[in-house]
Design a binder for this molecule. Structure first.
Ligand code: PLP
Ligand code: COI
Length: 344
């Protein structure tokens, strides 16, 4: 199929209206089969619990073109599992894995003209979402739900191109409470983060960094990404916290660091102030963020520089990035069976 005439290399992380989206409805305890539609608008009742009480959740993933033309998803089964952990927490109906995967495949296939070509630096972002519709006034779960998947070609999340160094500013506001909804992909977590992101940007940072909300000591995560750290002792660590999103990218990086780079890996509380001097390289990671090296972090009213000059991509994060993206684009061996091909 002919590709759309887009300037792929210039794309940022923005919504472009593609031709089709998938929608399925849950009513009276069952999902209908769902279908592709071309209307990007959703008609929602004014009493819908998704609008008032944020009974909604979403996922984020990407499809990439390989050099041989294959279209590849990265570990979509984990997105399905994570969405269903969120649905349990928000008292929403589970989206069966078969429906989830079929909806994604159908949407990607129907929009194949929008999948950025291999080597363009862009990818097709996939946004599965689940919203409580119908009418409610009291604080009760919705009676009807819409599961929808739309896609949009996107470029880098933070910067203009490729692997660029970013900066983070520790937020004075909390993102999530220890036993709250931080570990679920609920939209409500993100609304509360908008002001923190704005404040971080006012300081000149790309994004907010949250510390644990109980003590404000331990690193939790960034506004839209988890954190991984290469330590001076050669280990590769990431925060353990029950208030952060269990990132699929992070799980994959930790696995690669241990299995492919033979690094000692550890998931544990990381005390920002006490351990900062031991950080060799820091990165934010996620579907949108991919792996973005962090050059400096704002905390205690000043910038703290990581990795010498705070501007150069360090060798460990460069290697991690090359490994991760190489697998995602089908350039490197898929040793762990992470890729899922969409037949176009
Ligand atoms: N943390 C937050 C708050 C996110 O929004 C995301 C993005 O999905 C991540 C972490 C990274 O998760 P993943 O790697 O599964 O995309
Ligand atoms: C993703 O990385 O997929 C996300 O959902 C982050 C979002 C805030 C853009």
């Amino acid at each position: 199929m002919n590709k759309k005439a887009l300037n792929w290399a210039q794309l940022g992380f923005q919504y472009s209206k593609t031709d089709y989206r998938f929608t399925a409805t849950y009513e009276n305890g069952t999902w209908n089969a769902g279908s592709l539609v071309d209307d990007e608008m959703i008609l929602v009742h004014e009493g819908a619990p998704s609008l008032h009480y944020a009974q909604q959740c979403f996922e984020g993933m990407k499809a990439q073109s390989a050099e041989d033309g294959r279209v590849l998803l990265f570990r979509p089964d984990l997105n399905s599992e994570r969405m269903n952990l969120t649905t349990q927490r928000l008292l929403m109906p589970e989206v069966p894995k078969r429906l989830f995967i079929r909806a994604i495949e159908e949407t990607v296939r129907a929009n194949s003209a929008w999948i950025p070509p291999y080597g363009s630096g862009a990818s097709l972002y996939i946004r599965p979402m689940l919203i409580g519709v119908g009418e409610n006034l009291g604080l009760n779960p919705a009676q009807q739900y819409e599961f929808r998947v739309f896609v949009s070609p996107v470029g880098p999340y933070y910067k203009d191109a490729g692997l660029a160094v970013i900066s983070l500013a520790v937020s004075e506001m909390d993102r999530a409470a220890p036993a709250g909804t931080g570990s679920f992909k609920a939209g409500a977590n993100y609304a509360g983060g908008l002001l923190a992101t704005l404040k971080a940007k006012e300081l000149g940072a790309n994004e907010a960094l949250y510390l644990d909300s109980a003590e404000h000591r331990y690193i939790d995560e960034a506004g839209s990404a988890n954190i991984v750290i290469a330590m001076k002792d050669g280990s590769f660590i990431t925060p353990s916290s029950n208030a952060i999103l269990p990132s699929i990218t992070r799980r994959s990086l930790m696995h690669l660091a241990g299995k492919q780079l033979s690094m000692k890996t550890e998931e544990r509380p990381i005390d920002l102030r006490k351990e900062f001097a031991q950080f060799e390289e820091v990165a934010a990671c996620g579907t949108a963020a991919v792996l973005s090296p962090v050059g400096k972090i704002w905390f205690d009213k000043k910038w703290h520089t990581v990795c010498q000059d705070g501007q150069t991509v360090g060798p460990i994060m460069q290697e991690m990035y090359d490994l991760l993206v190489g697998i995602q684009k089908g350039e490197l061996a898929d040793n762990f069976n992470w890729l899922h091909e969409v037949e176009i």
